[in-house]
Write a protein that binds this ligand. Structure first.
Ligand SMILES: *Cc1c(COP(=O)(O)O)cnc(C)c1O
Length: 397
C-alpha cells in the first residue's frame, strides 16, 4: 500500500487522537526507516525512545523469533525462565531490587503509585510530583503529571498529588506533610523539555525521603536502558531510589513495562494486590534479555556516552553560529535543543528532508538517536538540521 491509501484507512477507521505526520513508516533497519512510498529517513527519534537499539536490532529479532517458536504466553500463576533471568539482569545492573512486569510506562507508574500507598501506614497516601513531568495517560498517571492540559476534560482526577517546581528541594520540603508517602520524579525530564536534575537536588531528595519515611520513586521510562550512557539515569547522580519504573526501550521495540522495588518495599505487594495478564510474558522478556546482551557485547553504553558528547559538542558549536538556538542540554543520547521560536515547523521541515526528530514542550527539539548511532549519522542529521535552521533564521530577518 502507498502512503495515501494507508492514510485513507486511518481517516475512516482509526480514532483521531494523535497528531500524525503524513508519513507511513513501512520498514526500519538500524538508524534508518523507510516510508510506504520507499523514501528513506535517518531516524534520530526511533519509536519515541522505544527503539533504543535502533530498528529491528538483529539480536533482538533473533531472540524474539526463537522464543516465538517455543512459548509465547503463560499466565503469571506459573513460573517461567525468561522472566526470572531478565529480573536478575535488571536487579544486578541497578539497585538490587525485585521486578514486577506490565505493558507500558503508564502501567509501571500505576504500579509504583499503588505500591507507595499500600506500603505506607494508613493515612499516608499523598505523592509529591514535579511541574513539567510526564508519567502517562491513565487516570492516576495524568493525575501524577502536573500540567493541567493533561487533566482537562477528565476531571475529577485522582486525589493525593501535590505539584512542585523541578530542581527545587525547598519546594518538596514544604509540600511534604505527614500524609505524604512518596516523591515521584524523572531524574531527567523528557516530555518536559530535557531538564536534567541537579545532583545536590536528587541527593537532597534522598535525604529528605529517608528523614520523612517517604519512598523515592524514579520514573526511568524514558531515561532507562542505557540511553544516557549508564543503564539508568539515576546512576549519574550517586543517588539510589526505592522504586523505579521502566518501559520504552526495555523490550527493544516490544511492549513492556516494569517496576523495580527494593525488597523491603516490594514485599508489600502481596498476592491479590496487583497483577497484569500480559506482564512479563516469555516473548517480551526474551526480547529484553537480548537488549541487555546487545548493550554489553557491543559496548553500547560507552557508545551512547561518546556519541552524546560528540553530538552535543557539534550542537553547541551550531548554537554559537545560529542564534535561533537558545540552549543545548542533555545527558548521553537524550538531547534537547531549545529554540527561541516554536519547534514544530522546524521538526516537520527536517522530516520532509529525511530526518526524523521530535519537538517537545513547544520549543525544544529532541534528539534521541539509537545507541548504535555512529558519527557519520550524527554529522548527516546535523547537516540537515543546520540547513533548516539557517533557512528559518534568514526568514525571520
Ligand atoms: C513515555 C513516558 C511514560 C508513559 O509511557 P507509556 O508507555 O506511553 O504509557 C511515562 N513516563 C515517562 C517519563 C515517559 O517518557
Amino acid at each position: 500500500m502507498k502512503t495515501k491509501d494507508i492514510i485513507a484507512l486511518f481517516d475512516k477507521y482509526v480514532i483521531p487522537n494523535y497528531t500524525r505526520y503524513p508519513i507511513a513508516i513501512a520498514r526500519g533497519k538500524g538508524v534508518h526507516a523507510w516510508d510506504a512510498d520507499g523514501k528513506k529517513y535517518l531516524d534520530m527519534f526511533p519509536g519515541w525512545a522505544v527503539n533504543g537499539l535502533g530498528h529491528c536490532h538483529p539480536k533482538v529479532v533473533k531472540a524474539i523469533q526463537a522464543q516465538a517458536g517455543k512459548l509465547l504466553h503463560v499466565p503469571n500463576t506459573f513460573y517461567m525462565e525468561p522472566q526470572g533471568r531478565l529480573s536478575k539482569r535488571i536487579s544486578e545492573n541497578s539497585f538490587g531490587g525485585q521486578c514486577f512486569y506490565c505493558n507500558s510506562g503508564a502501567e509501571a507508574n500505576e504500579a509504583a503509585i499503588k505500591l507507595a500507598r499500600i506500603h505506607s501506614p494508613k493515612g499516608k497516601y499523598k505523592i509529591v510530583t514535579m511541574r513539567n513531568s510526564f508519567h502517562g495517560r491513565t487516570l492516576a498517571t495524568i493525575s501524577a503529571t502536573a500540567q493541567p492540559k493533561y487533566h482537562k476534560g477528565f476531571e475529577p482526577i485522582v486525589e493525593g498529588f501535590t505539584y512542585v517546581a523541578f530542581n527545587n528541594l525547598k519546594a518538596v520540603e514544604k509540600a511534604a506533610d505527614r500524609h505524604t508517602c512518596a516523591v515521584l520524579l524523572e531524574p531527567i525530564q523528557g516530555e518536559g523539555g530535557i531538564n536534567v536534575g541537579r545532583k545536590e537536588y536528587l541527593k537532597g531528595l534522598r535525604a529528605l525521603c529517608n528523614k520523612k519515611k517517604m519512598l523515592l520513586i524514579f520514573d526511568e521510562v524514558q531515561t532507562g536502558m542505557g540511553r544516557t550512557g549508564k543503564y539508568f539515569g539515576y546512576q549519574h547522580f550517586g543517588v539510589k531510589p526505592d522504586v523505579m519504573t521502566l518501559a520504552k526501550a526495555l523490550g527493544g521495540g516490544v511492549a513492556m513495562g516494569a517496576m523495580v522495588a527494593k525488597k523491603s518495599v516490594a514485599k508489600s505487594l502481596v498476592p491479590g494486590t496487583h497483577a497484569s495478564t500480559f506482564g512479563g510474558n516469555p516473548l517480551v522478556c526474551a526480547a529484553a534479555i537480548a537488549v541487555f546482551d546487545a548493550i554489553e557485547s557491543e559496548g553500547l553504553l560507552e557508545n551512547a556516552r561518546l556519541m552524546g558528547e560528540y553530538a552535543m559538542g557539534k550542537l553547541r558549536a551550531m548554537a554559537d553560529e545560529i542564534d535561533l538556538i537558545k540552549e543545548v542540554r542533555g545527558v548521553g543520547l537524550m538531547i534537547g535543543v531549545e529554540l527561541t521560536i516554536p519547534g514544530a515547523d522546524i521538526a516537520n521541515t527536517c522530516m520532509d528532508r529525511g530526518l526524523l526528530i521530535n519537538c517537545t514542550h513547544d520549543t525544544v527539539l529532541r534528539f534521541m538517536p539509537p545507541m548504535i548511532v555512529k558519527k557519520r549519522h550524527i554529522d548527516q542529521s546535523l547537516r540537515i538540521l543546520r540547513g533548516v535552521l539557517k533557512k528559518a533564521a534568514a526568514k525571520k530577518r
